[in-house]
Design a protein around this ligand. Structure first.
Ligand SMILES: N[C@@H](CCC[C@H](N)C(=O)O)C(=O)O
Length: 263
């Protein structure tokens, strides 16, 4: 049966978005994400009926390999914008996720279009240090959960390093982990993320929040003020609360096209 979908991206982290009453199968999500034979995306976001009173919807994410994740920072901004434009919502809305409900604030531009979305991304959960042996290299990461698992490595951040080390880190943890390579600098940090279930992406919203929490916790960046997290696909603004548990993320979300497929 034909499936209506929308293609969205947040800083180049791209998604097939569908509205449904029931979740599609993981193999179908893999077919949709295929960049040669499908629509092409880092993941599939399904917008389903809400699970808590007052929420606008429940968001589910399949990574491009068909694995599931409880939370997605770039994805939730795309879902918030989609809901706002399709349902004529403005101001604030709550979206249920497998990590719990998340409050989103829509920022409108002069013409009334959604220019950016802020999301209350917390609570961040500090899960301690973990050491990874990759060949001759010994990497010490900060394990932080943003509803989904992250290992943040403070040090050099480059696409080459993330592509070389990321797959080993991802597979060293049962259930997989997202591996963020972060270099703090005045006012923020540079970050490349190797994503669990999707590989190198242009941006990772939960990864940006985890990296900011790790850098603030290490005393390398201040809490309570917006930090600019620069990713290959662009910048997110992340504020870590002084308790290092509350995290606010702000960034764009764009609709690219809409279509129908029988995949
Ligand atoms: N790109 C996302 C995170 C998607 C889920 C992740 N790959 C996982 O498996 O945890 C983001 O913007 O947060």
């Amino acid at each position: 049966m034909a499936l209506t979908f929308w293609k969205y991206e947040g800083l180049g982290n791209d998604f097939v978005v569908v509205e449904a009453d029931a979740l599609m199968s993981a193999p179908r999500a893999v077919r949709l994400c295929d960049r040669r034979r499908g629509v092409g995306a880092d993941g599939v976001l399904s917008i389903l009926p809400p699970r808590t009173p007052g929420a606008a919807a429940y968001m589910h994410l399949y990574n491009s390999d068909g694995s599931e994740a409880a939370m997605c920072g770039n994805g939730i901004r795309c879902v918030a914008r989609h809901l706002a434009e399709r349902r004529g919502l403005s101001g604030e809305l709550v979206i249920d996720t497998d990590a719990g409900p998340r409050r989103c604030l829509l920022h409108l531009g002069p013409g009334g279009a959604v220019e950016a979305v802020s999301v209350e991304m917390g609570p961040a959960r500090h899960e301690g240090e973990q050491t990874f042996e990759v060949g001759e290299e010994r990497l010490v990461g900060q394990r932080i959960s943003m509803g989904n698992p992250h290992a943040v490595f403070i040090g050099p951040s480059s696409l080459e390093r993330a592509a070389r080390l990321g797959p080993f880190v991802e597979q060293a943890v049962p259930g997989g982990v997202n591996a963020g390579f972060a270099s703090p600098r005045p006012g923020g940090l540079d970050l490349v993320v190797w994503e669990r279930g999707a590989g190198l992406t242009d941006a990772c919203g939960t990864g940006a929040c985890a990296a900011a929490v790790a850098a603030v916790t290490a005393g390398l960046l201040p809490a309570g003020e917006p930090l600019e997290v620069r990713l290959p696909g662009g910048a997110l603004r992340v504020t870590v609360a002084p308790d290092r548990v509350g995290v606010l993320m702000r960034g764009p979300a764009e609709r690219v096209f809409q279509g129908e497929t029988t995949l």
